[in-house]
Each structure stands twice: as C-alpha cells, then as structure tokens.
Design a protein around this ligand. Structure first.
Ligand SMILES: [Cu+2]
Length: 274
C-alpha cells in the first residue's frame, strides 16, 4: 500500500527531477478526468468527479462492497496547513465515474486523497492517489497547535485519556471519551461503515493513514501497514478505542470523525510520534 502511495505521489511522467534509489514502477492506477481541475471557489458547492484508470488503461469499475468501512472509494480534501478536512465516500457509477459535491469553506491549497478499495481480489487491499486543488481567495495558514488532549466540537467534548507515547510502525491505541453538551456519553451512529474514523496526516509531508472504530466483532474494520495491523473498537457508548499505526515519526494531525444525533463531528488533535 505504501509503495503505491509513494509511486502515485512522486512518479509523475515527465518529471525531470533526479531519481532516488528506487526507479518508479511500471504503469500504475491513476486518476483520470478529474474535475474541477486545479482550482475551485470557496463557499459554494463544487462538483467533483473523476475515475480511476487501471494499469491496463481501462477504468476501474469494481470496488469492494459489504459491511464495514473498507469499501468503494473514499475521497479526502485536506488543507495544507492541516487545519481542516473534508471526507466523503461518494457513489461510483457503473462506468467507474465517481461524482461528489463539496463545499470548501476556506481558501487555500488542498491535497486531494483518493483512497480506493478495488473489488477484484487484488494483491493490494487499498491504495491512494493524490492531486492538489487551490481554492481561490486569501488563505491564512494556521500554525499546528501543541498536543492538547481535549477538543470541544459543537458542544461535544472529545478527550484523550493519559498522555500517548506513540512510535512509528508500532500499533497503539488512544482511549477517547466523547460526551454530549450535557456531559452524558455520546451515542455513536454508524457513518460510512464505522462508528468512528481516525484520519491521520503528517505535518509538512502530508503522509496519510486511516483507521476505524467499529463495534466489537465487526468485520472489515482492520487497517494494515506493512506487516502490522490495527482495529479500533467501541464497547460502550461514549468510548472509542482508536487504533494508531503510522509509518514515520513526526508531528501528525489526527481527525476523529463520528456521527452523533445526525451530526458528523470532526475533532482535530496533534500527535507527536517518535
Ligand atoms: Cu474512514
């Protein structure tokens, strides 16, 4: 998975940059017919559409289906200062076209991450493709805040227990308590196949990883990285055991997303990974 991500990120044809040790692999999956192109406007719905072309040039039309979050195609837009994300699982048309509508609230440069779960029994479970969109207007980059265990979003409080000691390539868990504006445990509703989504981006390089929290015993909830894997669970209302598995040290932003009372909460945390 990681090799594909790096190849997709750095393997643009026509680049004259000197190659590093590993030569780029042969033709890979690639984004095609991407709309809206390289720019968009803030504050109004933008049509986003694309397809994924397979190494043989034919559009990818078969995506994984079934229970759990690891199906179809996930599209993320993250501003380059990691201040905000948009995360959708838009539908795939029979011809492979993925169509979505997103509203960028703020100007700036956004990295588009297309995280695809192909349906054919492929060697790779999922892979990512990337591009950039610049949303017009004056962007004010926000500095990455220091680690702060508690975030309040729409009156809901999300609190990481203890002080996490995270290491690259080592699976770990964060225990997070979510309480509603009256202090009661939040009741999570499944959203995009999971009780919570944990989306990780590294500052600077924008490396990406994604884990999920599901009910105990749920299938299709495990995220893998190399030989390691991690599965988040939620045994009781208001409690999330969030799996963390990150490829490299650094300062990472974690966006926890969960749905409560019909509303999707997005809570950003800063994590230091040694
Ligand atoms: Cu997810």
């Amino acid at each position: 998975m990681l090799a594909v991500a790096l190849a997709a990120c750095g393997g643009d044809a026509g680049s004259a940059a000197p190659q590093l040790a590993a030569p780029p692999p042969a033709r890979q999956f690639r984004l095609a017919a991407f709309q809206p192109g390289d720019t968009a406007e803030a504050g109004r719905p933008t049509d986003v559409s694309f397809r994924i072309d397979q190494p043989d040039g034919k559009p990818l039309t078969k995506y994984a289906t079934g229970a759990g979050p690891h199906t179809g195609v996930h599209v993320l837009f993250v501003r380059d200062d990691l201040s905000t994300i948009i995360h959708h699982h838009p539908p795939v048309q029979p011809d492979g076209t993925v169509g979505d509508k997103v509203t960028f609230k703020e100007p700036g440069r956004y990295r588009v991450v297309v995280d695809a779960y192909p349906g054919a029994p492929a060697a790779q479970k999922n892979f990512q493709l990337f591009r950039w969109i610049t949303v017009s207007g004056k962007a004010h980059a926000k500095p990455i805040p220091a680690y702060e265990p508690t975030q309040v979003v729409d009156g809901y409080k999300l609190a990481i227990e203890g002080k996490p000691a995270l290491k690259a390539l080592e699976a770990a868990f964060l225990s997070i308590t979510v309480t509603d504006p009256k202090g009661r445990p939040a009741a999570f509703t499944p959203w995009y196949g999971a009780l919570a989504h944990a989306i990780f981006f590294r500052t600077g390089t924008l490396d990406y990883f994604h884990t999920h929290v599901c009910a105990p015993g749920a299938s299709g909830c495990t995220s893998t990285l190399g030989g390691a894997q991690v599965t988040g669970t939620s045994q009781t209302p208001g409690k999330l055991e969030v799996g963390v598995l990150l490829p490299v040290p650094g300062t990472w932003r974690l966006f926890i997303q969960c749905k409560v009372r019909g509303k999707v909460l997005t809570a950003p945390f800063t994590l230091n990974v040694s």
